[in-house]
Design a binder for this molecule. Structure first.
Ligand code: WT7
Length: 656
């Protein structure tokens, strides 16, 4: 890539002040660097700028025809009656009448091709052990485990929880569950017993798949015991069985008749299992994600539309070639791991890398040594990790051979131009396009993202992909002029859109489709520049994105309020140089309680017990009162403005 620093191809965009934008985000408003694709990138790309422009034009004319062509690239047991059924919007149904199974496309069909003996997966454990699987080997493991699950009475339509660290068996479990027509529901291993219990209950899962323990930052973390704790108190018909993978050789209590070792089950299982024939909109998985209010929602994705969207976007954005080695650093427990750690690569017959442990273990070169060891060609990661690694300077990456890298990717939160430029220059040596991909658990696939041939502006996610239509609206639903901030919306259905909120269709309608009828509300604040480039500025609602992980202030507040010392709590996000954002809590104590160091420590531990290590509150303040509206709602906006030393704005509707 050429840095046209000295002679920007595009003039400085109007940097309108925006209340929502602060701290690191401010830098984005003044960013004016432009990176053009190098001639080598242009000549090697699968999709040329011309083809991209044509695809955009075609999709603008007829997006259904565009997506239908994308669907033709996959195998179906029966074709669709139509591409999209919008008769019951916003419950859009893609490819109605079609029959398929994503596992047929991700695995079964490769066994008949040259991919059969190609590596599907390279896994590395934190202590340095590693395992590899060809497509055929992975296929056999999945078949065996599918049979094992069937022998436990799991069948089409059931839900299965996968509470696992990043292990090969995590991927095997996902695929085996999907193969038999059940829906998987992954729960990140950093969540607490209580969070796990809530998710088991909410999804009414029949079975939980877990591991005895795993390695993280040089320590062994027990996992099975956390599941035992969660299961004490789940609904009666939930979690009738548990499958436990041997990983860390920790002492494990097994309950007769309920708990089974994975290895025992698969040893006896046959290596061929029939792949269930699913309707395109039958659930493939549930994944819980935090919202502005209430409990996390179970986002539901289906087999057909999801596979079309993920297959196309993975191959186009990452320009996949047969020789690529793709590493997504996200845990399979998040949507990034689902769509682009597992399904995207396998649907495209690519080789994917999975790493179990902490990215700085045993030292800060682990990411770079892993790239070197396997010859990773595409590295897809999160800004928070880039900033963390950047702190250790250029020496670690310089010690390693990173010459295999040809593309870099970023996701999860806005990437500040400093981190963008460091990643691009020091890791990508200036010649790897950096693809900043905007999407969500709900969207299932990349929505706004460059392709390698795109002109890049550090900090901008560039333009919507072909077949995707987005806009930036003001409060009244009118598109805002270039340069002005507003609410990011998606104005047309897309194939891998979520199907529902599990067991709560009202919440689906209300959360995403009620503010602007017929239009999907993403929940982000963004602005468009004069070239139509999109700049994401952060969440518009009370959702924090800490180190790329979404967490609702409501969840943190209710966890705090469940402690006996706490009368009331309000949580806000404040900008952080590494994590993007961190949580700060304002706590009103019950009578007889006094603020102290000890209490702060105890409250932090309490949150960790309630929600797990992912939910970190960095600081706790003990004010005398909280700003409230006359109807008694806490106004977090004021706390935030005070915290950042900004104007608190209009307070006329507040209680005084
Ligand atoms: C929220 C979705 C989908 C991947 C991981 C997060 C933020 C996501 C970007 C980006 C700026 C981003 C948004 C979005 N986000 N990608 N490239 N630039 N912000 O998934 O947990 O569903 O969170 O992450 O705020 O709404 P998620």
């Amino acid at each position: 890539m050429q840095n046209s620093d000295d002679k920007p191809g595009v003039p400085l965009r109007s940097a309108t002040s925006n209340e929502e934008a602060q701290g690191a985000i401010d830098a984005l408003l003044h960013e004016e660097r432009v990176f053009r694709p190098l001639p080598e990138t242009l000549s090697r790309a699968n999709i040329s700028p011309h083809q991209l422009a044509e695809a955009r034009e075609q999709a603008d004319r007829d997006s259904l025809a565009y997506w239908e062509e994308a669907a033709e690239e996959l195998e179906w047991f029966a074709k669709w009656d139509s591409v999209l059924d919008d008769s019951n919007a916003p419950f859009y149904r893609w490819f109605p009448g079609a029959q398929c199974n994503i596992v047929h496309n991700a695995l079964d069909r490769h066994i008949e091709t040259a991919n059969k003996n190609k590596l599907a997966l390279i896994w590395e454990g934190e202590p340095g052990d590693s395992r590899t699987f060809t497509y055929y080997e992975l296929y056999r493991h999945v078949n065996k485990f599918a049979n094992a699950l069937r022998s436990l009475g799991i069948s089409r339509g059931d839900r299965v929880i996968v509470y696992m660290p990043p292990l090969p068996e995590t991927i095997i479990a996902m695929l085996a569950v999907a193969k038999i027509g059940a829906a998987h529901s992954l729960v990140f291993a950093g969540f607490s017993a209580k969070a796990l219990r809530d998710r088991i209950n909410d999804s009414q899962a029949k079975c939980v798949i877990t591991a005895d323990g795993f390695y993280r930052n040089g320590r062994v973390v027990h996992l099975k015991s956390t599941v035992d704790e969660a299961l004490a108190g789940v609904c009666e018909t939930c979690a009738e069985s548990m499958v436990v993978v041997h990983r860390a050789n920790v002492e494990t209590d097994m309950q007769e008749g309920r708990d089974y070792w994975y290895e025992d089950l698969v040893r006896q299982a046959r290596p061929y299992a029939e792949t269930e024939v699913m309707d395109a909109s039958d659930p493939l998985f549930l994944l819980h994600t935090s919202g502005a209010t209430g409990k996390p929602k179970g986002i539901v994705h289906g087999h057909g539309g999801y596979m079309v969207g993920v297959h196309r976007t993975f191959s186009w954005v990452f320009d996949i070639k047969p020789t690529d080695l793709f590493w997504c650093t996200a845990d399979p427990g998040w949507i990034t791991g689902h769509s682009y750690g597992v399904y995207g690569p396998l649907l495209n017959g690519a080789t994917t890398v999975l790493y179990e442990g902490h990215p700085l273990y045993p030292q800060a070169d682990r990411v770079w040594s892993t790239v070197e060891r396997y010859g990773v060609t595409i590295l897809y990661t999160v800004p928070t990790l880039i900033r963390m690694l950047m702190r250790f300077g250029d020496e670690y990456p310089r010690m390693r051979d990173l010459s295999t890298l040809r593309l870099l990717g970023s996701v999860g939160e806005p990437i500040n131009p400093e981190a963008w430029v460091w990643f691009h220059k020091v890791i990508g040596k200036g010649d790897c396009p950096l693809l900043d991909t905007w999407w969500q658990t709900e969207t299932g696939m990349f929505m706004i993202s460059p392709l390698p041939v795109s002109l890049l502006k550090p900090g901008s996610v560039t333009k919507p992909l072909p077949g995707v239509e987005v806009d930036v609206y003001d409060e009244n639903g009118h598109p805002v002029p270039p340069g002005k901030g507003g609410l990011l919306v998606v104005t047309k259905p897309w194939p891998s859109m979520m199907i529902d909120v599990y067991n709560d269709p009202e919440r689906y309608k209300e959360t995403y489709w009620s503010k602007f009828p017929g239009v999907y509300l993403a929940g982000d604040v963004a602005r468009k520049d004069e070239d139509g480039y999109i700049w994401i500025q952060g969440r518009a609602d009370d959702v924090l994105v800490i180190a790329g992980h979404r967490i609702g202030t409501a969840e943190l507040e209710s966890a705090l309020a469940s402690h006996k010392a706490v009368a009331e709590a309000a949580v806000i996000g404040i900008p952080d140089a590494i994590k993007g954002e961190v949580a700060k809590a304002f706590v009103l104590l019950n009578q007889d309680w006094e603020p102290s160091h000890q209490l702060t420590k105890e409250l932090k531990e309490h949150i960790r017990r309630e929600l797990g290590p992912v939910a970190v509150v960095k600081t706790i303040a003990y004010p005398d009162s909280l700003p409230k509206t006359r109807s008694g709602k806490i106004v977090r906006r004021i706390l935030k403005a005070q915290e950042l030393g900004q104007d608190v704005g209009d307070t006329s509707t507040l209680e005084h």
